[in-house]
Design a binder for this molecule. Structure first.
Ligand code: SAM
Length: 266
């Protein structure tokens, strides 16, 4: 494949270590019946390995220069489809059947692309995504630590993330400034917890983390959620048995759900 100079603005850090590429594809657990969607195939290092194992690979790339190269390289493969598009604007629901996702994500769109994919969660079996290590740690974090926040809860509401392995900057060209990590997500059959109103649930979660250092009670007070008075807050905490002096970062998703539902019912 001819050399295409990497564009920083598109998050182009190409994997050069084929062992790591193989480890990512192993983690994606692909079999001959699988359709795999790859975001940002770049030079096609993962694409080729995925196509050896999958029934069908759909690779979505935004950079026209790479599209030409990918078509040149994979034109003769009957199970690779190259799509020239911004993955954020791609409608994953239109893909026939359910599919797995595998990608070395462009870092600048990691969070929006995860959310965009989760909107199509009914179609997705699993996702194996390489991202910046720091983001991976936030995605997979448990309550209590500094990494736990809105991103952890938003992802874990729909999926079960698991850290696979860390990838050093030396595995890429050009080298990124930070370490990367590969995370697998299995999509939950049902949301992790049932809530009365999803939008309100996330309002409460965002309010709790907006003022991370405040107690839950003060953070919620400061958020001015509609029709929630001080008295109402006190009675809600008493009713659900959550100490209002706790910080939001110590609450499990289940506890947030109880809190949000009780507030919502007022
Ligand atoms: N898969 C290749 C690899 O592992 O070497 C390339 C990974 S590189 C980190 C990210 C790739 O995503 C680049 O090829 C970049 O052009 C592409 N990309 C960036 N933004 C994109 C977008 N919005 N939609 C689709 N692809 C995008």
């Amino acid at each position: 494949m001819m050399y295409v100079s990497p564009k920083k603005s598109l998050g182009q850090h190409f994997l050069t270590d084929t062992n790591i590429a193989r480890n990512i594809v192993d983690a994606a657990n692909i079999s001959k019946d699988d359709t795999v969607v790859e975001i940002g195939p770049g030079n096609g290092i993962l694409t080729r390995l995925l196509a050896e194992r999958a029934k069908r690979v759909i690779a979505i790339e935004i950079d026209e220069r790479l599209i030409d190269k990918l078509i040149e390289e994979f034109g003769s493969f009957n199970n690779i489809e190259i799509i020239a598009k911004d993955a954020l604007k791609f409608s994953f629901n239109e893909i026939e059947g359910r599919f797995k996702v595998a990608a070395n994500l462009p870092y600048y769109i990691t969070t929006p692309i995860i959310f965009h994919l989760l909107e199509s969660r009914d179609k997705i079996i699993s996702m194996t995504l390489m991202m910046q290590r720091e983001v991976a740690e936030r995605v997979a974090a448990n309550p209590g630590g500094k990494d736990y926040g809105v991103l952890s809860i938003a992802v874990q509401f729909y999926a079960e993330p698991a850290m696979n392995f860390i990838v050093p900057p030396s595995a890429f060209h050009p080298r990124p400034k930070v370490e990367s990590a590969v995370v697998s997500f299995s999509i939950l059959k049902n949301r992790r917890v049932e809530v009365l109103d999803e939008e309100f649930f996330f309002k409460v979660v965002r309010a709790a983390f907006n003022q991370r250092r405040k107690t839950l009670r003060n953070a919620l007070k400061a958020a001015n959620l509609p029709s929630i008075t001080d008295n109402a807050l006190d009675s809600v905490f008493a009713k659900i048995g959550i100490d209002p002096k706790r910080r939001g970062e110590t609450l499990s998703i289940g506890e947030f759900a109880r809190l949000a539902d009780t507030l919502y019912s007022l």
